[in-house]
Design a protein around this ligand. Sequence first.
Ligand code: BG6
Length: 496
Amino acid sequence: RGAPPTVVVIFGASGDLTARKLIPAVYNLGVDGLLPADFYLVGYGRKPIPDDEFRGLAAEAIKEFSRRELVPAVWDRLAARTSYVAGGYDERPAFDRLAQHLAEIEKQLGRPLQTLFYISTPPSVFAPIIANLGASGLAARYVGEPHQAKVIVEKPFGKDLASARALNATLRGVFEEHQVYRIDHYLGKETVQDLLVQRFANAIFEPLWNRNFIDNVQITVAEEVGVGSRGGYYEQSGALRDMIQNHTMQLLALTAMEPPVSLGAESIRDEKVKLLKAIQPLDLGPNGDVARAQYGAGMTGGRKVRGYLEEEGIAANSATETYAALRLSINNWRWQGVPFYLRSGKRMARRVSEIAINFKRPPGTLFAAGDEFDLAANTLSFQIQPDEGLGVILNAKVPGLETRTQPVKMSFRYATTFGSNTPEAYERLVLDAMVGDGTLFIRGDETEASWRLCTPVLEAWAAAGPQGMDTYPAGSWGPPAAETLLARNGHHWRKP
Ligand code: BG6
């Protein structure tokens, strides 16, 4: 999987994501020998930063955030090929300066480079950047050749269906779809990729993977952290936009889609789109399919924390949800009648992301639930993070002379089998984009299908304002409204 000689240009180079994820990802690819021999990194941002200072900041970022220590031999080589260009995002001439800078690098090197633009800025400047990449001719670098330019677009990809469509149209005006890599970093997580392997490389799951055997599916993406210093961003976003529309829906699509005809990017994305389109519009009425809430004060990790409304940068009457749960019905042959429950929240009891497949109960002819028989429905759970692995809940006989049963857990843990120093999601994704593999990125129609489902919910919530907002104590598993959502079908949330 060799990448051609490449220059990565990061827009938003002095931002948080660049320091926390992007620079460490590039560095670790370097440590693993996965960068092309001719690799360059160019930071672009509004703030004027001398090259040397930018290299210093990058080194600091590696020391603080990389999963591996800074090895001078690797870093020195990368640092020598790292530079910085200052300019505004809507400043046309600055993009000409960038073009000139890239041309100079190529001239010195004596060969052309594939350019990978990474847009990691606040979303308000996505469109001007894309427009300027078009107007300056940068987007058309080496068009039609193997080292044609590409662009990675960070989240959030729009804030509703209309803005996502508009952003797609802006991209289409400048790039071909195959040049565009819309990121959802959950797709780069090792365990998310493993989901496809588990489903399709094993013969025992697929025959059971349908409405005949599965009772309900629960997807949880819970975080222990609160909004922290990101209040300004989060107030405009909320749990549905920040986590459900993208990360959780992607987990759902991979869990529920039909087997793709190949592992190629288009085959997999075709199946995901088909699945997303089969989800029925949500009932937004009083006893409908959605629940939202804000965290109140409480305890996490053994310390007292304040409620969302008391956090920095949050309006006292904020109507932004920090927790959202949905009940989805998928109207296709495989899943009709099987509820899919999705939930995500900040300040929950602990950080855990999992997909739990709850099977139907066996007929109770021999071991009906009762005093001696503590029967559980079988559950297959994919632990996305932390404690990556797979677990199955089975009923087993308790040793002894009388027959008693008890649910037991059989589990496989990544760390035990494979060790724990796995690559971070961004390493995989940056490499895939360099190589030109779009499998783990979101296609334009896919993001629109997901927004189509979520937008009416956002509109209903915006219209209601804070009215009807439930609360949950920080450090809990969510609000009562989310329990009610499942109780209506006789279900309850699994405790991960
Ligand atoms: C981001 C959200 O996309 O994902 C954050 O904007 C969230 O609010 C983060 O904290 C969670 O990612 P991870 O990889 O830590 O689960």
